[in-house]
Every structure is written in structure tokens, then in C-alpha cells.
Design a protein around this ligand. Sequence first.
Ligand code: DQA
Length: 146
Amino acid sequence: MKILIINGPNLNMLGEREEAIYGKQTLDTINAEIKAFAQKNGIETVFFQSNIEGEICEAVQQVKTVYKADGIVLNAGAYTHYSHAIGDALACVNVPKVEVHISNVHAREDFRHLSVLADNCNGVICGFGADSYKLACLAIKGISER
Ligand code: DQA
């Protein structure tokens, strides 16, 4: 099975972005770690990052056609909290979807407590750093095997 991992705005800045919250790892390092972990668990991965809302909608829409993937792990960054366009895109595709966050959004500012994506996902994982993505991959595998 194959999972599309999508990262949204400002996640390309990991490593130098608010280190106390997001850690020292760059997105490339995190993606390499996810890829190795996924491989050990019999999962293939493909990665996409964009700072642009419409490009994230397109990546979601293309999960089956272009990426030939069976599920989506999505960290939409701040779009999580207000992008109904990405929420609608998630509703368009019939694959397992997990929303993830590196930080525990519920322990942060009030505006981060709301997700407009979660109701179109199978579940949400947050607060475990890079492990949030790995846990989400296992969750998607579990759903697919049910
Ligand atoms: C984030 C949390 C969001 O609130 C924030 O806007 C991000 C990163 C996380 O991974 O913790 O950009 O999605």
C-alpha cells in the first residue's frame, strides 16, 4: 500500500521555524524518517509540500490518479483552522485520511483548537512531533486492512 504525505504552509521551514515548538529537524529529515519507518511496515510513501491552498486541494484530489496512493496523511499547517476549500477537497476523495500536527494544537492558542478538516478525516493525531506522521501511517494501514 502507498500513502501520500501532504505538508502545508511553513512546514518547509522546519529546522529553523520556532524550534522550541517544532524541534530541530528539517522537513527533509522528517520525511526520510517517515519513509524508512513506513517501509519497515510495508508501506510505500510519496511526499508533497506547498504553501499554496489551491495546490494542496489539487494534491488531495489527485491522490488516486497522479499519486496512485491509498490514503492521505495531511498536516495542513494553519489552513487546518480555516480552509473550507481543503476540507471540501478531502470530502471529494474516498480514501482513508488522517489529519496530523507536530505540536499539540490543543495546548496552544485558542484559534488552533478548531479544525475545519477533521470532520472529513478518519481521525486526528497531534502532539508527537515527527512521530505524529508515523502513527498516522499505521492508522491508515489499519483502516485499509479492516
Ligand atoms: C501545525 C500546527 C498549526 O496550528 C500551525 O499553524 C502549523 C503547524 C503543527 O504541525 O503543529 O503550521 O500544523
